[in-house]
Design a protein around this ligand. Structure first.
Ligand SMILES: [Zn+2]
Length: 209
């Protein structure tokens, strides 16, 4: 069975959504393209032009990762500008946004209102109260390796509406199947049913799998 890896950085992996690097050639499989907050600098215009072009590619299924990060040395006003510009691109190509958010959840909601496309917080591993607020505000959540060992997160995933759920390896080295199995156990579902539900979620966001 093929388990969809919602966000990963491995160019050799043929399944899931590969996070393309700046100026990298579009691959033959699904990818996302965006400007990570870490890569935002005064001259991010050049990257935006690249993004405008690559975002129209048929294999580009999402914009991102992009967002806000409170732990890096990049000017936060600039981060917000770059994030906003990417939301506009996502709106124009009608593709979902894969969001990187670190310590800026209180600011992320105002951006949600500007997006006309789904927003998925990737690598979610925070408290239930933050997760509940995000769900209430219309975000979807993608979970990674933390679910394998974080008991609070496991409890949150157990009760999370399945329509809001995606699973990813990001840059961690483990088998995505292991994570699917864990979540299937938590939700008391069969592995293949979980995989089907997540495929439905992808199709609902016009990701053609
Ligand atoms: Zn990533």
């Amino acid at each position: 069975m093929n388990f969809f890896d919602f966000h990963h950085h491995d160019a050799d992996r043929k399944s899931g959504i590969y996070n393309l690097k700046f100026n990298e050639e579009a691959p033959g499989n699904f990818f996302s393209a965006g400007i990570h907050p870490n890569a935002v600098s005064d001259d991010f215009d050049e990257k935006l032009i690249w993004l405008q072009q690559i975002s129209a590619h048929e294999n580009c299924v999402a914009i991102g990762e992009c967002g806000l990060d409170g732990l890096i040395g990049v000017d936060e006003e600039l981060q917000r500008k770059a994030f906003f510009a990417q939301i506009e691109i996502a709106n124009s190509v009608k593709k979902p946004l894969i969001i990187h958010c670190v310590k800026r959840f209180s600011q992320i909601y105002q951006f949600r209102k500007l997006a006309k496309v789904p927003m998925i917080i990737h690598g979610f591993n925070k408290r239930k109260t933050i997760g509940d607020d995000l769900l209430k505000n219309g975000f979807c959540l993608s979970f990674g390796k933390s679910v394998l060992y974080n008991v609070n997160l496991q409890d949150f995933v157990k009760h999370l509406p399945i329509e809001k759920l995606f699973l990813e390896t990001d840059s961690a080295d483990f088998e995505i199947k292991e994570l699917y199995q864990k979540v299937a156990d938590l939700k008391n579902m069969r592995l293949e049913d979980l995989s089907e539900k997540i495929k439905n979620n992808l199709q609902n966001m016009q990701i053609p799998i």
